[in-house]
Structures are given as structure tokens and as C-alpha cells.
Design a protein around this ligand. Structure first.
Ligand code: DQQ
Length: 493
């Protein structure tokens, strides 16, 4: 096939965006400040990069329905990581290595971006289910950051190394010690692994170095969307592990990389986000040297509530990563604070047998600081209805060293919850909650732990409450609620 095939497919995708996006943008569950597709389906973040001063974020995209289809790369651009505009669809299946006549399982699967001599280069997986090999690594190049051309040398990594399984995808181009590498997700003998390739002088040249790291069993059968980056004085390997039919929580390993042998030695493994709707995170380093992460704010096999509004999938807010005492912390990028409106400050108080009630609205940034007290634990509810028939509850349990999210009354989505073990220490506990139309992200103690969930309450459920659990006191040192402005222009009704 030819360039013309991809241009026609991209034109069809962009026509669908133009046709459907006004209606999607008026949907009641439309997220106010999280990136979501203009129409259709979004999954993994791809090609997160800064190019000529602007942030580019590509993503797995199927414009013609709110389900995973034959994957395209959608594209959004932002000057500040907060305000995103939809750019023309970047990639569509068109070649024998990413297009299949007889199967719906084909497309331009996940990958990354790198700037090479002022051109924006995408590296992605060509996936065709019935092809042998099924997955290969490919390039697309753009001079202006908007129009991409698949490279004539594709596929530049034509298949997995000897002894590898058929799963071989999600190349992340990284730099280490001034040398370019690609890290590719793979599976061998039922265990997830991350493979390392060394780049040559030309972007099309890649030499297999070896397997960086491999699951010992519990860490998954296939490692999707690997990433590898320096943080503080260490190196971090990030993977999204698959366990059979269900995907599970992405984790980071903090350790050291030996580029000669290609081996990565992990000193510490840490689940990055204890919530359910957090998958396939990818990082980039910005011009200021910050390591910034975004993740798909949804998960496989979850109820697709927004499909009736013509869309599905979203991104977490961008989060800055730091390394503190050998562990990765994440906090929302500071730019997000530009969306904050006039805050409501609730006076500090000690609760005993009573509840602190407040209003958050649909989109809010909330900071709560809990002091001491004699109560067993604290309960914080968000997006609560007046009668509490709807509520999403967080239990902050200092004694047990854990935070629980209970979605059993969260609305029409999945009722499952999650738990994270986190040492809450004896100092005041600082919590930050980012609420949007159908999501809640929690950050504990300046990003020591995080929890991301999609929730689907009624629009009228906007209550927020704090109370002690059981008898005893709970000291609330601070509760500040900032309404968040919309980062998107909503088409007129
Ligand atoms: N999603 C992509 C794959 C990747 C998976 C397909 C992870 O490239 O492994 O849409 O969510």
C-alpha cells in the first residue's frame, strides 16, 4: 500500500472527529480538565514529548466507536500541560505490517517519540494478528510535528529476538549516558520481560542488547509499555504487567542499569498507583528537566459507562516524578493550579461523633490535612448525594498503615474498590484529591502514594464530607476546596 492509503484513513478519522466532537463535548460526563478523546476511544498515552516548546501527547485512538478498534494514533498539543488542543490524527493503519484485510486485530500500537535533528520521530508497534511475526517496531517521521510519514525502512526492528514469544511491542526510545536505546515489552515462556536495543547513528539502526529484566512470575506474563529513565541518582524501570486475562497495576523498579550487558538490577519494586484506573503510564523529560508521567485513566475490562456519550478513556493529569529516599513520588504538575478558582477554606476543627460537610462541585482540587485524634481512622467521602445514597469513600487508616477506596456507592460504574499499604507516620496526613466529572485521583503525603479511579455519580452528587470512624476524635487541620475551571472549550449547545 501507499502513503495515499494512510492519508485517506486519516482524513476519514478527522472527518469523524469534526462530525461527532460537538456532541461529545456537551456530554454530562465530559471531563473538565483531563484529556479525553474528541470522539471515540482512547487508551495508552503514546509519544509524550516536548517539541519546539510545545507538549505533544499521542494516544491509542479509535475514532469510529467507543471501543478498542483498529488502532490509530490520536494527537493533542499543549503549551502548558493543562490546555490541550486536538491535532490531526497522526497515524492510521495502512501497510502490511500494521494493516490486516482479514482481521480486526491490527493497527498502530503503542510507542514513543523522539526529536532527531529537529524532526519529530514516532516509534510504534505495527500489529497484525495473522502476520508472522505479529508485532514489529516501526518509525514515522514529521518535519512539522503534525503530518507523519511512515519510514520506508519499516519495520526497523522486524521481529522479536530468537527465543522470544510473539508478544513484542510498545517501544520506548530513551537516552542513557548520551546513547539512544529502545526498550520493548515482551514475553517469553509465560513471563513478562523488557528488552533493550541500542540505537545506531541512523534512527533506523537498532541492535539487540538483551533482556533488561524479567518477571519472576508474580510480576506478570507480559510486560506492556515499558519505560526506562534516570531519576535522582538511580535508574527507574516502569512496566505495565499483564496477568492472563486481567491487566494489573503498573509498577516501577528503582535500580541500576549496566548498558554493556543490558541488565537492570532492581533494588526496590513499588506499585505506582494503587487505584484501578491507571494503566500504561509513559514519561518524558521536559526542557526544565522535570520527569513527567501520564497514564491511561481507565483500565481493561472495566464498565465502559461513557460509551453512550460517544467516547471512552482519558488521561490522568500529568504528574511530576521525584525520587525521595529510594522511592518514587508523584505529584500533579504545578501548572494545574492555574485552573483553580476562589478557594473555600473550612475552619480547623476537632470532630467527635459528627461530620464535616462541604460542597465540592463536579471539578475541584481539594487539600485536606488530618492531625491526630483518638478515632480509629478517618472517612472522607466525595461526590456524595445529600442522602449519602451515592458516595465514593476513602478510609485513611493510620494505625493499619493503609488507604482504602470504596466505590460500592459511586454511581453506575464498577463497584470494586482498592487498598494501598502506606506508612502514614505520626505527622499530619496531607491528602490531595483531584475531582473531575467522572474521575478522582488521590495523592497522599505529597505523592508518597496515589490512587486513581473512574467514578460515575449523578451530576447532583457534589457533597464532600470528613468524619471519624467509630468513637473518638479526629482533628481536621485544613480543608481547602478550589473549584477547577474547564481546560477545554466546550462547543456551544
Ligand atoms: N495497548 C496497546 C498495546 C499495548 C496495550 C494496544 C496496553 O500496544 O500493549 O492498544 O494497554
Amino acid at each position: 500500500m501507499a502513503e495515499a492509503t494512510m492519508r485517506a484513513a486519516l482524513a476519514a478519522a478527522d472527518a469523524e472527529i469534526a462530525r461527532r466532537s460537538p456532541e461529545v463535548s456537551r456530554g454530562p460526563r465530559r471531563l473538565r480538565y483531563h484529556l479525553m478523546p474528541a470522539t471515540g476511544w482512547m487508551n495508552d498515552p503514546n509519544g509524550f514529548v516536548q517539541f519546539r516548546g510545545e507538549f505533544h501527547l499521542f494516544f491509542q485512538f479509535w475514532p469510529f466507536g467507543a471501543e478498542h478498534g483498529t488502532m490509530h494514533w490520536g494527537h493533542a498539543i499543549s503549551p502548558d500541560l493543562v490546555h490541550w488542543r486536538t491535532a490531526p490524527t497522526a497515524l492510521a493503519p495502512s501497510e502490511e505490517y500494521d494493516y490486516g484485510e482479514s482481521s480486526a486485530s491490527y493497527g498502530c500500537y503503542s510507542g514513543s517519540a523522539v526529536v532527531v535533528e529537529d524532526e519529530l520521530v514516532l516509534m510504534y508497534t505495527g500489529h497484525v494478528y495473522e502476520r508472522e511475526p505479529m508485532q514489529t517496531q516501526c518509525l514515522a517521521v514529521s518535519e512539522d510535528g503534525l503530518t507523519f510519514h511512515k519510514h520506508p525502512a519499516n519495520p526497523v526492528i522486524p521481529g522479536p529476538p530468537a527465543g522470544g514469544g510473539i508478544d513484542f511491542r510498545d517501544p520506548k526510545v530513551v537516552e542513557h549516558g548520551g546513547q539512544r536505546y529502545a526498550v520493548v515489552g515482551a514475553s517469553a515462556r509465560g513471563r513478562g520481560r523488557a528488552l533493550l536495543y541500542r540505537g545506531g547513528d541512523d534512527i533506523t539502526e537498532w541492535t539487540y542488547v538483551g533482556a533488561l529484566a524479567e518477571s519472576t512470575g508474580p510480576e506478570g506474563t507480559m510486560w506492556e509499555c515499558p519505560d526506562l529513565f534516570p531519576l535522582g541518582d538511580r535508574c527507574v524501570l516502569l512496566v505495565s504487567p499483564m496477568h492472563g486475562v486481567l491487566n494489573t497495576a503498573p509498577f516501577v523498579q528503582v535500580g541500576d542499569l549496566d548498558t554493556e550487558s543490558g541488565r537492570f538490577t532492581a533494588a526496590q519494586t513499588q506499585v505506582l498507583d494503587g487505584g484501578i484506573d491507571f494503566y500504561a503510564p509513559q514519561t518524558m523529560v521536559d526542557a526544565a528537566g522535570r520527569r513527567i508521567l501520564v497514564a491511561w485513566m481507565q483500565q481493561w475490562h472495566q464498565r465502559n459507562v461513557t460509551a453512550v456519550e460517544g467516547w471512552a478513556g482519558a488521561m490522568t493529569v500529568p504528574r511530576e516524578l521525584t525520587l525521595v529516599e529510594g522511592r518514587v513520588r508523584q505529584r500533579p504538575v504545578v501548572e494545574l493550579e492555574a485552573l483553580r478558582g476562589e478557594p473555600t477554606h473550612l475552619a480547623p476543627r476537632v470532630l467527635e461523633g459528627e461530620t464535616l460537610d462541604a460542597e465540592s462541585g463536579i471539578a475541584a482540587d481539594v487539600r485536606i490535612v488530618l492531625g491526630g485524634g483518638t478515632a480509629r481512622a478517618a472517612r472522607i467521602g466525595v461526590r456524595a448525594s445529600v442522602d449519602r445514597g451515592e458516595q465514593t469513600v476513602f478510609v485513611i487508616d493510620r494505625a493499619e498503615g493503609r488507604v482504602v477506596c470504596d466505590r460500592s456507592l459511586s454511581g453506575v460504574g464498577d463497584a470494586t474498590g482498592s487498598v494501598i499499604d502506606v506508612d502514614l507516620g505520626s505527622d499530619p496526613i496531607e491528602l490531595r484529591l483531584l475531582l473531575d466529572a467522572c474521575s478522582v485521583e488521590l495523592f497522599v503525603n505529597d505523592g508518597v502514594a496515589a490512587m486513581t479511579h473512574r467514578i460515575y455519580p449523578a451530576e447532583s452528587s457534589t457533597g464532600l464530607f470528613i468524619e471519624p470512624i467509630g468513637s473518638g476524635t479526629l482533628e481536621v487541620l485544613e480543608c481547602t476546596i478550589w473549584p477547577m475551571a474547564s481546560a477545554f472549550e466546550v462547543a456551544p449547545g
